[in-house]
Design a binder for this molecule. Sequence first.
Ligand SMILES: [Mn+2]
Length: 332
Amino acid sequence: MLNSKLENLISFLKTKKILIGTHDLVDLDGYASCIVLKYVLNHHFNIHEVSLFFTEFSKGTSQFLEKITKLFPGFDFSCSSHADLSSFDLLLLLDMNNLNLVKINGKEAVPFIYIDHHVESESEYENNLSSYNITLNNYSSTAEIIFDICEICNIILPTALKWLLISAILTDSGYFKYGNNHTVITASKLLDNEIDIQQVFLLMKSEEDISKKVAKIKGLQRVRLLREGNYLIGVSNVSNFEASVANALLSIGFDVSIILAKKKAEYRITMRATKQICMKTGLHLGKILGELSILSGGNAGGHDGAASLNGQENQEEVLEAIIGKVKEIINA
Ligand SMILES: [Mn+2]
């Protein structure tokens, strides 16, 4: 399927002026996928009017970039954070499937295409050229899709780009915890003599922020334990680092974690579930939050074991509905 989609997409892109971008708080998967796709379009398909655009980087991405730039001093990892959309024909949006997640002025006016691995979003936009979208939710990262594109086209990537892809795959798959066979096989193809996995681990190790540690501890102090048979659900709240808190709850023994974080004008609910509970019960957090996003007046997205929702309204109702839905599924 990727083969035929790719052929159509490439012939459509041939004559276009393209801007490649990803969601805000750029993570490694979004960053690596954009950089490598630009390389592929430039070097393999001779499409040269391609620019990159990134908004704010996540802390992890910034730390990683600092280190990888030192490792490959000759390689240009830089990118622009300003883009005048009026000079482009098309936006290629990677690692996202909801236009709201990208912060570019005037984005509504430009035709766009997604390349992504998340569950397809409910929202439809007039300017999405949906027949060209490549959305494969059986992939654990967009980087794997981009690598498959390289393989289909027999492209040999420079070592620095392989570093980016392997790092992106490791982050998004939670070091294979959320991955599948394809994830491991792709990683093994990327690891050649020039890349040592221990060196990659070292580069990806980030210094843990003291405020993140405090958030995790507070999240644990406030946790509400709900027991459903042999399953444990943890509900808590923090102001920041909700994803880390959600992960921390799983690591101490909860099967499902639900973390509420109140932001300025909105609230965010972040959830995690173990692979085991998802496989045994059919629990799919991305679907649950997707269904409740209308009630929240916001948007949601994610996978079976990891998902989040940004809402403006009905915070308590949404939270209770999530808990109810999780109980219903795991008791069915
Ligand atoms: Mn991703």
